[in-house]
Write a new protein. Structure first.
Length: 360
């Protein structure tokens, strides 16, 4: 059987505590009481209740301060707070602004009290159920993507051996088929890796290794590696990189960001150029990737860095690259955003990344 909801009632007046407790216990709730804010916070931290009924006016620590401190406890699950006040609406509004969820005025009427308690408990249970389902979903996807990597990596290596002729000579037709299979397998493996990293960032389990880095050297490396794509599409890939102070970043994670941004610019540009610049001000490295592609429609820009957001273009993609880039940049206390059309044209887009620099 489901255990009864556990309610914490906080009031410095014994008669008020007795009245509220009697009303609630009659309905089958488990009641814990406290006569002051300090003890109430200790109970909340050690054994979080399902709901707190909190008197506003108490000595030493009033209900407003208890509310504020509860909402400042980041590791605490959601606990509804019902304020009990004998004062006017302005006092209740102050409590709601501090994080309380509802209020009730003295003298308390049993029917109103029970209705508000039932309403807040429904809210509590719906949020708890939503969080439970979300945790299960994240765990499922994380496990799935992790388990998928093993056969995909094995298939990638086997296809490589076949293409290299290690297992015997193959015909040109089979070689072409293996190349297509290898490309598809590689794309799928890349998507699985992105999904796995997305859920690591979302769950807070992703660790980054911060080290001083010459950002100019890293971006130049990305540009040189992607130049063959630009050449194959008859695009200009221009790099205008200044010498700046080092940044403190995880090299591999930031490399992924610029591979994604510059790669996207080349992918979505059919003619013209992609221009990559690196500058700095007193506190930030400012990287801009400007293209002459179709641009990002204004209505799509607010959702561009959301998960699985791909826009209305016809290009294939997982919709995870920009979402993951956003997480990586945020983890480095930086900013990433887009302006479209770009700064020098009526078309195209400019993606900006700002990263803190190490000041001398």
């Amino acid at each position: 059987m489901k255990s009864p909801d556990r309610l914490l009632v906080v009031d410095d007046v014994p008669d008020n505590l007795f009245l509220v407790r009697a009303i609630l216990e009659e309905e089958g709730y488990e009641i814990v009481t406290s006569s002051n804010g300090h003890d109430a916070l200790k109970i909340v931290e050690s054994e979080p209740p399902d709901l707190v009924l909190l008197d506003v006016m108490m000595p030493k620590m009033d209900g407003y301060e208890v509310t504020r401190r509860m909402r400042a406890m980041k590791d605490l699950p959601f606990i509804p707070i019902l304020l009990i006040t004998a004062y006017d609406r302005a006092n209740a509004v102050k409590g709601l602004d501090l994080g309380a969820d509802e209020f009730i005025r003295k003298p308390i009427e049993a029917d109103e009290l029970l209705a508000r308690v039932r309403s807040l408990l429904r809210l509590k249970h719906s949020i708890a159920e939503r969080d439970r389902i979300d945790r299960q979903r994240q765990d499922f996807v994380s496990r799935l993507t992790h388990d998928l990597r093993t056969p995909l990596v094995a298939a990638d290596r086997m296809l490589g051996l076949l293409q290299d002729g290690v297992l015997g000579e193959i015909s040109p037709q089979i070689c072409e088929a293996l190349t297509i299979m290898g490309r598809s397998n590689h794309n799928l493996l890349e998507m699985v890796n992105k999904l796995l990293d997305v859920y690591r960032y979302e769950s807070g389990s992703k660790t980054i290794n911060l080290q001083p880095l010459d950002l100019k050297e890293l971006i130049d490396q990305v540009v040189q590696e992607l130049k063959p794509i630009a050449i194959s599409k008859n695009l200009e890939l221009i790099a205008d990189l200044e010498d700046i102070c080092p940044v403190k970043v995880d090299r591999l994670e930031i490399l992924r960001v610029f591979n994604n941004l510059i790669g996207n610019a080349l992918k979505f540009t059919e003619s013209g150029s992609v221009h990559v610049s690196l500058k700095s001000n007193q506190s930030e490295a400012i990287i801009a990737i400007a293209d002459t592609g179709a641009g990002v429609p204004l209505e799509e820009q607010p959702f561009l860095f959301e998960r699985f957001s791909q826009g209305n273009h016809q290009k294939q993609g997982s919709g995870l690259g920009l979402y993951l880039s956003h997480y990586i940049v945020n983890a480095h206390n930086g900013k990433i955003f887009v302006k479209s059309p770009n700064l020098d044209s009526e078309t195209g887009s400019t993606f900006f990344v700002h990263l803190p620099i190490i000041t001398p």
